[in-house]
Each structure stands twice: as structure tokens, then as C-alpha cells.
Design a protein around this ligand. Structure first.
Ligand SMILES: O=C(O)COP(=O)(O)O
Ligand SMILES: [Mg+2]
Length: 220
């Protein structure tokens, strides 16, 4: 059945944001006098939103005290607001891919676990904001991916049924959210999946980039 809309994950699918996320984590840990993390650690920790990223940075033998976590989140917010978009880059094939999706006549949305305060500024700075009619961020609703609510909300705003909305992501959080919402889901292999490669068996297809994703959508 032809698709009626498409939604995209942000971090690891549209934009390689690890350099800036890692810089903000490094600054936060230094400010709090906590042990440092590597960029590779941050790569594994991204996926379930800002609070979980900060908590993972601060977890060694045990989870951090609530007061330390709170201070970490406040510090991260301050640093990332300043850093966001500086060293991040749009992945190859994204602009061409979004153009191809647009040429299919599909309205497009972003469904990310990144907080709203950082999502629209990043899309603006990367020159991608104009492609999307709908942006659902990690704190738009009470629930994030892998819960279905963000995708269901995006589908409602895009005036499509979940079964006719293709979600394109980079992680199991995208896959589980899409499955629970009833959306077809395909993944790119180059993003962040909390330290594991994405398994093609878990999604409807693994595609090399967004150009290939648009080709898949055209044949769906
Ligand atoms: O904020 C995160 O942890 C990940 O964001 P994403 O959902 O755009 O990959
Ligand atoms: Mg992602």
C-alpha cells in the first residue's frame, strides 16, 4: 500500500551529533569534578534522551545520587545549548534523500528523543528545518521512543494512519517505537544503537542512506 508520510530520527540518522554531545558531556563532567568519558562512551550512551545520557556518564559502580544527576543535567543543558551544532554534520545522502522523499509527495516529520530546546536549533543550524512539517522532540510528550506515543502523535499531526507512515531510524528505540505504533520501519547502519550494530532482522529493511530509504519508500 502506498505510504502517506515519513518520519525521521534525528541523532544518528539525519545528523552526526556525537562531536557536540561528547563535548557537552566532557564539559559537564569536568565542571562537576567527575571522571571523564571518551567520545566512544558517549556514542554508546546516546539513544534514550538527555537525562539517560547524563546518568550513564555519571554511572560507574552505581547510579549517581539524585542531586548529582540533577546538577549534571543542568550543567549539560547549559553547555550543550552553547555547543549544539558547532561540530555536528549532516550525513551524506540526507539532503538528496529528503528531496527524493519530498518528490514522492510525502509530508515529513522528525521524531527524536533529543529535548525540544536543542532539536529545532540543530535542524535550523544544519539547514534541514524546512523539510519537516512536524517535529516531535523527547520532551514534547510524557513518553519517548521506544514508546509508541511520539510516533502516534506525529502521525496524527501529519494526518496519516500509522500503518502508512514510514519511520526511518538508526536504533532499536526507533524500531520498537515504530513496531508498537504500527508503522513500517527501516534503518540506516551508520548511526548510534547503544553500542550494538542494528540488526536487519529487527526492521523491515536496512538501507545504506536516505537516498536508498527514499527508493525503498517509492517501491513500498
Ligand atoms: O537524544 C537521544 O538520546 C537520541 O536522539 P534520537 O532519538 O534523535 O536518536
Ligand atoms: Mg537516533
Amino acid at each position: 500500500m502506498p505510504l502517506r508520510s515519513a518520519t525521521f530520527d534525528l541523532d544518528g540518522t539525519l545528523v552526526d551529533s556525537i562531536p557536540d554531545l561528547a563535548a557537552a558531556c566532557h564539559a559537564m563532567l569536568a565542571e562537576l569534578g567527575q571522571p571523564p568519558r571518551t567520545d566512544g562512551d558517549v556514542h554508546r550512551f546516546v539513544g534514550k534522551g538527555m537525562a539517560v545520557l547524563v546518568e550513564r556518564c555519571l554511572t560507574w559502580d552505581a547510579a549517581p545520587e539524585a542531586s548529582l544527576l540533577e546538577a549534571g543535567i543542568a550543567s549539560f543543558r547549559r553547555h550543550y545549548a552553547d555547543i549544539n551544532g558547532r561540530a555536528s554534520t549532516v550525513y551524506p545522502g540526507v539532503v538528496e534523500g529528503l528531496e527524493a522523499f519530498r518528490a514522492l509527495g510525502l509530508p515529513l516529520g522528525v521524531v527524536t528523543n533529543k529535548p525540544a530546546a536543542f532539536t529545532s536549533p540543530l535542524l535550523e543550524r544544519m539547514g534541514l528545518a524546512g523539510y519537516f512539517e512536524v517535529v516531535i522532540a523527547g520532551d514534547t510528550l510524557a513518553f519517548k521512543k521506544p514508546r509508541p506515543e511520539p510516533l502516534l502523535h506525529a502521525c496524527a499531526l501529519l494526518a496519516t494512519e500509522p500503518g502508512l507512515n514510514l519511520h526511518v531510524g538508526d536504533s532499536l528505540n526507533d524500531i520498537e517505537s515504530a513496531r508498537a505504533a504500527g508503522c513500517p520501519v527501516i534503518c540506516v547502519p551508520y548511526g548510534y544503537n547503544e553500542g550494538r550494530p542494528v540488526d536487519s532482522a529487527d526492521c523491515d529493511a536496512l538501507v545504506s542512506d536516505l537516498v536508498a530509504a527514499a527508493r525503498w519508500a517509492a517501491g513500498a
